[in-house]
Ligand binder design. Structure first.
Ligand SMILES: O=C(O)c1ccc(O)c(O)c1
Ligand SMILES: [Mg+2]
Length: 629
């Protein structure tokens, strides 16, 4: 599968962009004219830079306001085209994009436009160049690829073809099946972009909100399936106008882009294995059975404090690593691993970020295959030297440089706790409080990173994203979106902080990066859990009494029930599927905390309660609100 991206998609100068694009593994690049115009090197030099990086120029674009011009504008337009043809020949590319005319001076009429394109085709052919016509969604006369195709068809010239851009077609909800009957040799290139569904002016939406396929809400897969049905096997080229992306790291955005294309190709191929699109083979998305463990890095001085907090949550120390300073705490199906090693990645991670949950292990159907897929999609494999007797656990780098491990039931990874660990007798064992599994892992990141990790998880794991919700923090907005699998055994919430004054923003600033900010454990009975926690000396996060007054009024709760919630600092929510109960620990250190939830059918994460618990959590930021028993 040949991949390309338009230079307009990234920030930096042309050299930075080209280097980032090559590094991410793209085969080609669209030179966006403005990126070239503001760059000081000659067209020849730019072409050489691209080829020296092992790529080719797939397209030069855009050429605007061409078709349907009355004289004398028409002649001027052809002169202008000849000048651009000169540049293209010097640069070494044969394809130019003409986008549909937006000029008020332009005249409509398919025949007139077709005649103009025929003449342009003649001129292009003399130089061995080709011209692709794209219908802008806001073109003055042509804003539908079906009309653009009709013009190309009538132009009837081998050097004139069509360019399809998913945004223009899908933003106008044009039936993609109309693509299937276009001869593949008349499709000169495919441009791809997704976008979040926002009701706004098409031009504004396109110029500011496009994102990578899979990051938005448009039916890109339907579009690509229709393209593939033509037999098209040429370049898939990203063209992403997005202010946030241009402000971000060109390297990171390029990696996301390439991942999005490979993943899209993979989806097309899985639906039509005999299709023409040459997609690299890779294992399917990993089916997740659950969260096998979460691992904390902490130093020896702080470890007792964290262990006391975990013990008060009803976790019992069950085993110690045979060769490393690593212990396992367990309750129900939850494994919390405490790593106080100074060497290796855990030690390095502690040195940079302090006490954090820096790694998580997912139980999947096939751990090796999961990593193979992740790496095929551009993830960075993680490995470190093993001690004698240790088994290799497949892993990749995840959010914030954390580690995502994979285990499976069919290899010795299933027995990792017996193979690498010795059982220990926990003399101060607390009473379990009925926590059964990890309901969700909550990761905090800068808002700019949210789409990156959303694509990372959804492309590697058999999971989907939920709609974006706004979490109201007293100091700003945190944008939250969850990754879930079908049976709810995997839930990861991702909270994108827009400023550092929010609780999430504070966490990122103080731990020097993104990562797991909290873990939510699931119980079947939150009231008995609350009682058992209290007996263990666990200090529950205190919620304002005013919250309960409001809650009673909002949901029409009976007074006695509301009083029970209040007495236990339990937050309550309801959706069309059922009820939700939450209680929290205070924050530990710079913002890490724990949550306990009971779901009675409820599907969300209690966004409506966030402002209340955030306000309460903030009070505990300093000093650490850890029970010191
Ligand atoms: O926003 C634009 O003007 C513009 C230009 C060229 C394109 O290929 C496109 O899709 C949009
Ligand atoms: Mg386009």
């Amino acid at each position: 599968m040949k991949t390309s991206i338009a230079t307009v998609s990234l920030g930096g100068d042309l050299r930075d962009k080209l280097e980032a694009i090559a590094k991410a593994g793209f085969d080609g690049v669209e030179i966006f004219e403005n990126d070239f115009l503001i760059f000081d090197e000659s067209p020849r030099q730019v072409g050489k830079m691209v080829r020296d990086l092992g790529m080719e120029i797939t397209l030069f674009q855009p050429f605007r306001d061409f078709e349907g011009m009355p004289e004398p504008l028409r002649s001027r337009t052809f002169d202008r085209a000849e000048r651009k043809f000169d540049v293209m020949q010097e640069m070494g590319t044969d394809l130019v994009l003409v986008c549909s005319n937006v000029s008020p001076a332009s005249l409509g009429g398919l025949e007139r436009a077709a005649a103009d394109f025929h003449e342009l085709g003649e001129r292009a052919a003399k130089r061995g160049l080709r011209v692709g016509y794209e219908a802008l969604a806001w073109g003055r006369h042509i804003h539908d690829h079906r009309d653009a195709w009709e013009i190309v068809r009538r132009a009837d010239h081998p050097n004139i073809g069509l360019i399809l851009d998913s945004f223009h077609t899908l933003s106008r909800k044009i039936d993609v099946n109309s693509i299937r009957s276009i001869p593949k040799e008349k499709i000169f290139i495919i441009q791809l972009a997704d976008a979040p569904l926002i009701d706004m002016d098409l031009l504004f939406w396109s110029r500011h909100f496009r994102n990578m396929p899979g990051e938005g809400d448009l039916p890109l897969l339907d579009f690509m399936k229709a393209v593939a049905a033509t037999g098209y096997d040429g370049y898939l080229s990203l063209e992403i106008f997005n202010d946030q992306f241009r402000g971000g790291s060109p390297t990171a955005i390029a990696v996301d882009g390439r991942r999005s294309l490979i993943y899209l190709g993979d989806q097309v191929k899985r639906q039509d294995p005999e299709g023409s699109l040459p997609v690299p083979a890779m294992p399917p998305r990993a089916s997740v059975e659950g969260i096998a463990f979460v691992e904390f890095t902490v130093d020896e001085d702080e470890a007792p404090q964290l262990e006391r907090l975990i013990a008060s949550l009803g976790f019992r120390k069950v085993s110690r690593h045979k060769t490393k300073s690593v212990t396992v705490f367990r309750q129900g199906g939850i494994n919390l691993v405490i790593n106080t090693e100074q060497k290796g990645f855990a030690g390095a991670s502690y040195a940079v970020h302090g006490t954090t949950a820096y790694a998580a292990g997912l139980m999947v159907d096939d751990a090796k295959a999961a990593v193979e897929r992740a790496v095929a999609l551009g993830a960075e494999r993680f490995r470190q030297p093993l001690d004698a007797g240790e088994i290799e656990m497949p892993a990749v780098r995840g959010v914030g440089g954390g580690i995502l491990y994979f285990l499976d039931p069919k290899t010795e990874l299933a027995r990792i706790w017996e193979i690498e660990f010795d059982p220990v007798e926990d003399t101060a064992a607390p009473e379990p409080v009925g926590l059964q599994s990890i309901d969700h892992i909550a990761q905090t990141m800068k808002y700019e990173e949210l789409l990156t990790w959303l694509l990372f998880y959804t492309s590697i794991l058999d999971a989907h994203k939920t709609p974006l919700v706004d979490i109201i923090d007293p100091s700003g907005i945190v944008r939250s979106q969850a990754i879930e699998n079908a049976d709810g055994s995997l839930r990861i919430t991702m909270n994108g902080a827009e400023n550092r004054n929010t609780l999430a923003g504070h966490f990122i600033a103080e731990t020097f990066g993104s990562g797991i900010q909290h873990l939510a454990f699931k119980t079947q009975d939150i009231f008995s859990a609350a009682a058992a926690l209290s007996a263990n000396g666990f200090v529950t996060l205190a919620i304002s009494p005013n919250y309960y007054d409001d809650l009673e009024a909002r949901f029409g709760l009976d007074a006695e029930f509301a009083e029970r919630l209040k007495a236990n600092n339990i937050l309550y929510d309801r959706d069309e599927h059922g009820e939700y109960f939450q209680l929290y620990s205070p924050t530990y250190g710079e913002g890490l905390f724990f949550e306990i939830v009971e779901r009675r059918g409820y599907r969300g994460y209690g966004a409506a309660n966030a402002i209340f618990r955030i306000a309460a959590l903030r009070k505990h930021l300093r000093p650490a609100g850890v029970p010191r028993t």
